[in-house]
Design a binder for this molecule. Structure first.
Ligand SMILES: NC(=O)c1ccc[n+]([C@@H]2O[C@H](COP(=O)([O-])OP(=O)(O)OC[C@H]3O[C@@H](n4cnc5c(N)ncnc54)[C@H](O)[C@@H]3O)[C@@H](O)[C@H]2O)c1
Ligand SMILES: [Zn+2]
Ligand SMILES: [Zn+2]
Length: 340
């Protein structure tokens, strides 16, 4: 079968590799139909993803149709269309024991730490393969369940509820998934970005207020919208040291700040800033069994993944697709690869 391999930074190729086989009783063999490109795939391509090892069969956002099932598979059957959760955990460390397998001590993500889904076939455990009703959801959005699971995880970590006012900093694909999940929960959302094109997409997909921080003062906008209280929930999907500092400073008393950042550079935050307002400042990583909630949102229409798909390429053009994403950040959102 063919797969997309990154041999080392800036060396990507579509190559013939052995087709994977069912090894465990609960495995399913999936013919991949769609994948989507994430910032971390671009990081692996550029050599800036600290977690990745090479050579790597990339891709952690993918789905397809079940072709074969192991003898212990209970629910899935050949022909089912599934999205695959890329999170793999040990099952017995403290995090796993307390139902937080997404931060397992030895967590691995397919396509980053081990081989992934940009291939004609993958094998995955049944427990990580979630069926989608294709009479309600177009097949070409199945790979987008994973990025929406990031938004869903953020909503849980930030306790986003009906009536909350939420600031989402950054209108990239992840910011938009956070916004749509928050809106589906009945919150109102302000979003920021540097590019009007990204803000226009955010507005079209549901953001209540958008702020181009190159043109407007964010603090003034936040205070005007919240009658000077500050923002009850702030999600930082810009993820630079200063955005995290700004998130803490713009949060209201008793507010929540959720960061998605994987940056090593410290932010300057004094403890009094957290204590005075009794802020809950939390990280959100990957997802903790959020695929069913996301698929429910796709099926009932409260999440509209087609809106974040900005272009499509055949997987044999993966290099072209990645370069296109790198060269046109303001125009692209999610680039989807077809494996048909
Ligand atoms: N923790 C996790 O599980 C997890 C998962 C996925 C992504 N991430 C992280 O989330 C972040 C967002 O991911 P993405 O794919 O949407 O990335 P992205 O780069 O496409 O989006 C970031 C957006 O922020 C905008 N931006 C940059 N500087 C800004 C500023 N000062 N103010 C406002 N907007 C600004 C950019 O124009 C861009 O639209 C990345 O840092 C990524 O590493 C974390
Ligand atoms: Zn991703
Ligand atoms: Zn574990």
């Amino acid at each position: 079968m063919k797969a997309v391999l990154v041999d080392k930074p800036f060396e990507i190729r579509v190559a013939e590799v052995p087709k994977p086989e069912i090894k465990n009783p609960d495995d399913v063999l999936i013919r991949v139909k769609y994948g989507s490109i994430c910032g971390s795939d671009i990081g692996i391509y550029k050599g800036t993803n600290a977690l990745a090892t090479y050579p790597r069969l990339i891709g952690h956002e993918y789905g397809g149709v079940v072709e074969e099932i192991g003898p212990g598979v209970k629910d899935l059957k050949p022909g089912d269309v599934v999205a695959v959760d890329p999170v793999r955990a040990c099952g017995h460390c403290y995090a796993c024991r307390t139902n937080r397998h997404n931060v397992c001590n030895t967590v691995e993500v397919t396509g980053v730490h081990r081989d992934g889904g940009f291939a004609e076939y993958v094998v995955a455990p049944e427990s990580a393969s979630y069926r989608i009703d294709t009479s309600k959801v177009p097949e070409d959005v199945i790979s987008l369940v994973e990025p929406y699971s990031i938004g869903m995880q953020v909503a849980h970590r930030g306790h986003i509820h009906e009536g909350d006012k939420v600031l989402v900093m950054g209108s990239g694909p992840i910011g938009i998934t956070v916004m749509q999940v928050a809106k589906a929960r009945g919150a109102s959302v302000m979003m920021t970005d540097l590019f009007d094109s990204r803000l226009e997409r955010a507005k079209k997909l549901g953001a209540d207020i958008v702020v181009n921080v190159r043109e407007k003062d964010l603090e003034a906008e936040v205070m005007a919208w919240t009658d000077g209280e500050g923002m009850p929930v702030i999600v930082d999907s810009v993820c630079i040291p200063s955005s995290f500092e700004q998130a803490v400073s713009l949060a209201s008393a008793a507010g929540r700040v959720v960061t998605l950042g994987l940056v090593n550079k410290p932010s300057a935050i004094a403890s009094v800033q957290l204590v005075k307002k009794e802020l809950d400042v939390v990280g959100s990583r990957l997802n903790n069994y959020r695929f069913p909630e996301v698929i429910q949102g796709f099926e009932d229409g409260s999440l509209t993944p087609a809106g974040i798909m900005s272009s499509k390429f055949h997987f044999t053009e993966a290099e072209k697709a990645i370069k296109h994403q790198i060269d046109h950040p303001e125009q692209e959102c999610k680039v989807v690869l077809s494996f048909e």
